[in-house]
Write a protein that binds this ligand. Structure first.
Ligand code: 5GP
Length: 203
C-alpha cells in the first residue's frame, strides 16, 4: 500500500514495445544518476548469456514464484510468452529504506497494478521515432524475419495503443538525446512541489 511517508520517493516506470532500446536507455540513465536505483524483478525465465542472478533479475522456479504470489509478496506481476515476471514488495521497501528513487522496467499491465498500489507512480513510454524505424531495428537485430517479424510489429503497435495513458513519451532516436530526455523527466519530477515539505522550509 502507498503511504504518505513514501511521497518523497520517485517511482518511475519505463515501458516500451520490444526493439525500442529501452534496456540500454535505462542502463545509461542509471549509470548517470547514482540516487536512482533499478528495481530487480523476479522472473521464471531462463537467464540469457551475460545475465546474472541478483543483477538483471532474481531467477526463480515457477513453484517459488507461485509461492510468492500466494503469500502476497508481489506488488505487481505479469506473464509474457509463458514466463512470469514480478516485483517483490520487499525489493521496493529495501530501496526506499536506502533513500533511493526507483526505476521499474516493467510492462503495461504491471504498470497499472503498481499505480494502484502506489498512486504517485510516474509512467514513461519509450518509443521509436516511427514504426518504420522499429522495423529496421528488429531486422538489424536479426532475431525475427518474415511472418514472425510482422507479428512482432503488430504486437508493438498494440502495446503502444495500450500505453496511451502513460504520463511521458521519450522518443529514442539517438541514445544520447533519449538519455537526456529521460533524465529531464526525472529531474523535473524531483522538482515537483508536492515532493517537498514546504512547511518545513518556511518554519
Ligand atoms: P525480458 O525477458 O526481455 O528481460 O523482459 C520482457 C519484458 O518483461 C520487458 O518488457 C520487461 O519490461 C518486462 N518485465 C520485466 N520484469 C518485469 C516485472 O517485474 N513486472 C512486469 N510487469 N514486467 C516485467
Amino acid at each position: 500500500m502507498h503511504t504518505p511517508a513514501h511521497n518523497e520517493h520517485l517511482l518511475l516506470v519505463v515501458s516500451a514495445p520490444s526493439g525500442c532500446g529501452k534496456t540500454t536507455l535505462c542502463r545509461e540513465v542509471l549509470a548517470r544518476m547514482p540516487d536512482l536505483a533499478f528495481s530487480i524483478s523476479h522472473t521464471t525465465r531462463q537467464p540469457r548469456a551475460g545475465e546474472a542472478d541478483g543483477v538483471n533479475y532474481y531467477f526463480v522456479s515457477p513453484a517459488r514464484f507461485q509461492e510468492a504470489l500466494h503469500r502476497g509478496e508481489m506488488a505487481e506481476w505479469t506473464q509474457i510468452y509463458g514466463n512470469r515476471y514480478g516485483t517483490a514488495r520487499a525489493t521496493i521497501d529495501a530501496l526506499f529504506d536506502r533513500g533511493c528513487d526507483v526505476l521499474f522496467d516493467i510492462d503495461e499491465p504491471g504498470a497499472r497494478q503498481l499505480k494502484d498500489a502506489y498512486p504517485n507512480v510516474i509512467t514513461v513510454l519509450v518509443l521509436p521515432p516511427t514504426l518504420a524505424a522499429l522495423r529496421l531495428r528488429l531486422i538489424s537485430r536479426g532475431t525475427e524475419e518474415g511472418a514472425a517479424l510482422e507479428r512482432r510489429l503488430q504486437r508493438a503497435a498494440e502495446e503502444i495503443r495500450a500505453m496511451r495513458w502513460y504520463d511521458y513519451v521519450v522518443v529514442n532516436d539517438t541514445i544520447e538525446e533519449a538519455v537526456d530526455r529521460l533524465r529531464c523527466v526525472i529531474i523535473a519530477e524531483r522538482c515537483r512541489r508536492d515532493r517537498h515539505i514546504i512547511g518545513e522550509l518556511l518554519a
